[in-house]
Each structure stands twice: as structure tokens, then as C-alpha cells.
Design a protein around this ligand. Structure first.
Ligand code: F6R
Length: 269
């Protein structure tokens, strides 16, 4: 796991953008896992800028989103379909046929979840999965006590998650009670993970995920088990980390540190 601590949200977003852009330049038909919420918005802004100013090409990219609320149609302003379209896809040259987001209105939910898993498999698997983290340590909508081997399925949202997301809906009552979400097992199969977090409100979740024990009570702690996980966070989100000697300020610094300590010079874990 490589932990990179940047100054603030903008700085975190730029660093994450550099990483995603580098992977995309290396593999134009990248299979990219995407998240919603406030955290990746800066990264998405950066990708849009790179597309506009530097011609970063998304035409061959396939995307898989982590989750969607059950019962919200794609055109609902709070659906993740709508979020992705507004905040990313409509600004890029992504081919609509290559976009995948779980269908919150699926009638046969189990069959849909199986189809989603199969669709990921058919592409050869996700190359890079972007993740946010809930204040309660969730990744995607895998709430505390989710099975660490779970696959795409329906999850009941905790009250804390519904309260955290009430800001988008106007009131907690309007936040759906269920979501379709990739499982932790699904996420762990991505070849690389990129977990982002910003702000004091995420500091405890980041401490538990990065320095705490691996436990289903903090689903994000499973990233410690992944061979190629990048955790790019800002100072505020890093404020409760204790072992800062192991962390870096940039991807380059991480590479240099590894060289100096005789470890492999690639950014590898
Ligand atoms: C959304 C998702 C969630 C969010 C998390 C943090 O697709 O997977 O796990 O990443 O709830 O949300 P924000 O970024 O709004 O704080």
C-alpha cells in the first residue's frame, strides 16, 4: 500500500489525475472503475481538463461504477447515473456503449448483479478502481460488517451513510434505504486501487483503514491486503495517521524512497 499525503483537496485531485492519466496513456483501452460522491469530483475535473487541454483520449475506455441507489431511475437528479453523466461522461469522449453503472431500477436484482459481475469479467477485469471512503469506513456501499469476500449485491445503507448523504437529497428520509454495490471481493480483484479521502471528517476512517487491523467492521481496511493500492489523501484526512515515516508526499518521492532503501524502484505496493 502506498500512502501519499498532499496539501489539500485540489492537490490530492491533481496527483490522482496524474496517476489515472498515466495509466490511460499507457493503456488506451483501460478498464476504469469509478466512484461517485464529493471526493472524486476534483479528480474528474482534472481528467476533464486533461481531455480538453492535452487531448487525453477516453474513446477506448470502459468504465464500471461501484454502486447505485435502488429505486432511483437514471434521470433522477440524485442517481449515480445522473451524477456520472453530469460530472464526467458528458465532458469526455467516452463511448456510451462502454459505460456500466448498476441499474437501480432492475426488476430481477440478483440476475442484474450476476450480469454486472460477468460484464466485468468479460472485459478482462478492472485495471484501476477509484474509491472514496465513508466516515464509517465503507468502500462503495459495503457498510461495516459486510463480508470481506462479497460480490455485487443489494446492501441496506446504515443510518450514518444515509445521514451523510442527506445533504444531497434535502433530508435523510429522502435518501434511499438500499443500494446495489460491487462487493469487497469484486473490488479486490481490480489490478490497482486508488483510494482518495479529503478533510477532517475522513481522518478517523483513514486511520482505521490504513493503520488499524483488517476487519469487516472497517471494510476499507481490506486495501491493506491488495498488492497495488494507492491511498492519496490530503493533510486533514491524514491528520490521525501515526506512522507518517512510511508515507510519501508524491508518487515520485515514493519511487525515490524505495530506491534509497534498496527496494524495487517501481511503485509497487
Ligand atoms: C460512492 C461510493 C461511496 C463514497 C463514500 C464517500 O460511489 O462508493 O463509498 O465514496 O460514501 O463519499 P463522499 O466522497 O461524498 O464523502
Amino acid at each position: 500500500m502506498l500512502v501519499i499525503i498532499r496539501e489539500d483537496f485540489e492537490d490530492m485531485s491533481r496527483e490522482a489525475g496524474r496517476l489515472v492519466a498515466e495509466r490511460l496513456r499507457r493503456k488506451p483501452n483501460l478498464i476504469l472503475g469509478l466512484a461517485t460522491g464529493g471526493t472524486p469530483l476534483g479528480l474528474y475535473g482534472e481528467l476533464i481538463r486533461l481531455h480538453r487541454e492535452e487531448g487525453l483520449d477516453f474513446s477506448k475506455v470502459t468504465t464500471f461504477n461501484l454502486d447505485e441507489y435502488v429505486g432511483l431511475p437514471p434521470e433522477h437528479p440524485q442517481s449515480y447515473h445522473h451524477f456520472m453523466h453530469e460530472n464526467l461522461f458528458r465532458h469526455l469522449n467516452v463511448d456510451a456503449r462502454y459505460i456500466h453503472i448498476p441499474a437501480g431500477m432492475a426488476t430481477d436484482v440478483e440476475a442484474h448483479c450476476e450480469w454486472y459481475e460477468e460484464a466485468i469479467r468479460r472485459t478482462g477485469g478492472i485495471d484501476l478502481q477509484v474509491l472514496g471512503i465513508g466516515a464509517n469506513g465503507h468502500i462503495a456501499f459495503n457498510e461495516p460488517a459486510s463480508s470481506l469476500g462479497s460480490r455485487t449485491r443489494v446492501k441496506t445503507l446504515t443510518l450514518q451513510t444515509r445521514q451523510d448523504n442527506a445533504r444531497y437529497f434535502g433530508s435523510v428520509e429522502k435518501v434511499p434505504r438500499y443500494a446495489l454495490t460491487m462487493g469487497i471481493g469484486t473490488i479486490m480483484e481490480a489490478r490497482e486501487l486508488l483510494l482518495l479521502a479529503s478533510g477532517e471528517g475522513k481522518a478517523e476512517a483513514i486511520r482505521a483503514a490504513v493503520e488499524g487491523p483488517i476487519t469487516a467492521l472497517v471494510p476499507a481496511s481490506m486495501i491493506q491486503m491488495h498488492g497495488r493500492a494507492f491511498v492519496i489523501i490530503d493533510r486533514a484526512a491524514a491528520s490521525r495517521l501515526e506512522h507518517t515515516q512510511f508515507y510519501s508526499r508524491s508518487l515520485e518521492e515514493a519511487v525515490i524512497q524505495r530506491r534509497n532503501t534498496g527496494r524495487p524502484s517501481t511503485v509497487d505496493s
